[in-house]
Ligand binder design. Structure first.
Ligand code: PMV
Length: 327
């Protein structure tokens, strides 16, 4: 009986310059450029098995089977890989996340990056990183960035992400203040469509994002946390202002989110370099330097509503799991 398998690992990334909105929805090309940091602590491990004994495609995340739209997105990506390899076998995908799934912690980024690599390896396809990144982008634009480690850019309308600087370019710490374990209310693709259709600020967001992206890229290249932090906060707040102005409003922030933002501002007033960003969920990610990391983490941990603080450093590119972690 034919069986083809692979096991891969990919790390989630958090955008320092955000993307929100599609340039081309059918091809899932982004309306604005984005720049992210891949994180070591936010990790997805994926096993894929193509087996003649399977009657249909199956997928699970953290032992929860996928149905409906989430399963369709997985199958759509596997279908592309099967077509490239000329294989018709059904697949079983088993993923585990080291962090809460679908709550604005970029699980789709690491998930689809791990999946495209696992599927292509199992099917014996030798695809380049730009080809893998472009395939992942079709499923989730942020996933295009998780094929690479360190600092990564995805230009507006681009097929694939490109590395900006490797993980050892700059030893920063990103502290993820988890404020709930619940999954998010509105998925990002749906939320972006709603914002583009109804927010009077959408045009302003698309027009202003490229300049903020350039500032973020320059600050990363120059390792300037003050300049990066200011531009990063501006990018996140521009994106949330645009979401808030949609109708009905798209409101991902909770009272706990605002408590964390306030604490980050107080830390800064006390001379600690720490800067926040938020995605399509209530968690706050705080960027700082190793020298301040312990103080910032302790400050965040005791805030009301914060359930956990995950300490992350720049992470590696997506890769095959090493032989010692094979079953
Ligand atoms: O690519 P998606 O559908 O996971 O959307 C990502 C959107 C944000 O996380 C809010 C911003 C970003 O650039 O990652």
């Amino acid at each position: 009986m034919t069986t083809l398998t692979a096991r891969t690992v990919a790390h989630a990334n958090i955008a320092l310059a955000k993307y929100w909105g599609k340039h081309d929805s059918a091809r899932n090309l982004t309306a604005v450029p984005s720049l992210s940091l891949t994180l070591d602590r936010l990790r997805t491990e994926t096993d894929i098995l193509f087996d003649a004994g399977l009657a249909q495609d199956e997928a699970s995340i953290d032992d929860e089977p996928l149905y409906g739209r989430p399963l369709e997105r997985v199958v759509a990506l596997i279908d592309q890989l099967r077509a490239m390899a000329g294989v018709t076998l059904c697949a079983r995908v088993t993923s585990t996340n080291s962090f809460p799934t679908a709550s604005g912690l970029a699980s789709s980024a690491s998930g689809f990056a791990a999946l495209v690599l696992a599927g292509s390896k199992a099917l014996g396809l030798s695809l380049s990183l730009p080809e893998l990144s472009a395939l992942a982008r079709g499923a989730s634009a942020s996933a295009a960035r998780s094929l690479f480690g360190g600092f990564v850019a995805l230009e507006a309308g681009a097929e694939a992400a490109v590395p900006v600087a490797p993980r050892d370019h700059w030893d920063v710490v990103m502290l993820v203040a988890v404020v709930t374990r619940a999954t998010k209310g509105v998925a990002s693709t749906e939320g972006m469509g709603h914002t583009a259709r109804t927010s009077p600020y959408y045009r302003a967001w698309v027009d202003s994002a490229p300049e903020v992206f350039q500032e973020v890229r320059r600050a990363v290249q120059e390792r300037n946390l003050e300049v990066l932090g200011e531009a990063m906060e501006h990018s996140a707040l521009l994106m949330h202002a645009c979401m808030l102005a949609s109708r009905p409003s798209l409101f991902y922030l909770t009272p706990s989110t605002l408590v964390v933002l306030d604490a980050v501002r107080s830390l800064r007033n006390a001379g600690v370099s720490a800067y926040f960003t938020m995605d399509a969920g209530p968690h706050v990610k705080v960027l700082t330097l190793p020298v301040h990391a312990e103080q910032v983490a302790h400050t965040l941990e005791v805030l009301p509503g914060v359930v956990e603080v995950l300490s992350c450093r720049p992470g590696p590119a997506a890769h095959e799991a090493s032989a010692d972690t094979q079953p």
